[in-house]
Ligand binder design. Structure first.
Ligand SMILES: [Zn+2]
Length: 228
């Protein structure tokens, strides 16, 4: 269902837009080992008549997308991620949010019909509440291998998977990434789903167009029915 053509955006049935992006600011805590977020004011409005900021950060900081080449040696880069994966119907599934909790197949399979019909899924654990603190990067919930394989496997094969945590799995980080990325399924990490309660919505994921890179910061929006 194409939803971004002008007439649908002006349609009264799609009038609420929710920002699903975490705020980025200088010195926000980043994953240990990653480069920090630096924003230096290079031009001063009082002396030079305009403002301009020098920005420096890792490509996997804040709300961002992982392309297959992030983990897969000869995997596709951002360039080959289709708009069809990034824009369209999406299913939100609430999952356990306690530190070190598991997101199991049973948590997802009860939403099988909604996941299949949307083709894109985001998992809401509530972890985004910790954004801006060092705790954000510690002990976040993890999807199990069985659940990841079910989402990525031929039977379901979502087009896009999103998490409101910094990684899909703490313990099996590389292996779980591979399950999705080897199947060509882009992963959106560090979503902010706190203001989203509707289980079915339209998602718009807009990564920076970094040529041939393995990931990029994204603006992510949720388009909701007016009644939601
Ligand atoms: Zn990443």
């Amino acid at each position: 269902m194409p939803i971004l053509c002008g007439h649908r955006l002006r349609d009264s049935t799609l009038t609420r837009i929710v920002d699903l992006t975490l705020p980025l600011y200088a010195d926000v805590p980043v994953r240990p080992g990653d480069p920090g977020v630096v924003m230096n004011e290079l031009r001063d409005i009082t002396t030079e008549g305009y403002r301009l900021t020098h920005l420096s950060m890792g490509t996997h900081t804040g709300t961002h997308i992982d392309a297959p080449s992030h983990i897969v040696e000869d995997g596709d880069t951002l360039n080959s991620i289709s708009f069809d994966a990034l824009v369209g119907p999406c299913c939100l599934v609430n999952v356990a949010g306690e530190p070190e909790s598991s997101i199991a197949l049973e948590d997802l399979i009860i939403h099988e019909d909604a996941i299949r019909s949307a083709g894109r899924v985001v998992l809401k654990s509530g972890w985004a509440k910790r954004w801006g603190t060092p705790e954000y990067y510690r002990s976040s919930p993890s999807i199990t291998m069985e659940a990841a394989r079910w989402l990525a496997g031929e039977d379901v094969q979502v087009k896009l998977i999103g998490f409101d945590m910094p990684t899909p799995s703490v313990e099996q980080e590389t292996d779980i990434h591979k399950v999705f990325l080897e199947a060509g399924i882009p992963i959106v990490e560090c979503l902010n789903l706190e203001n989203l309660i509707q289980s079915y919505f339209e998602i718009v994921v807009a990564p920076l167009p970094l040529r041939n890179r393995e990931g990029a910061p994204c603006r992510v929006l949720g388009l909701l029915n007016r009644s939601s």
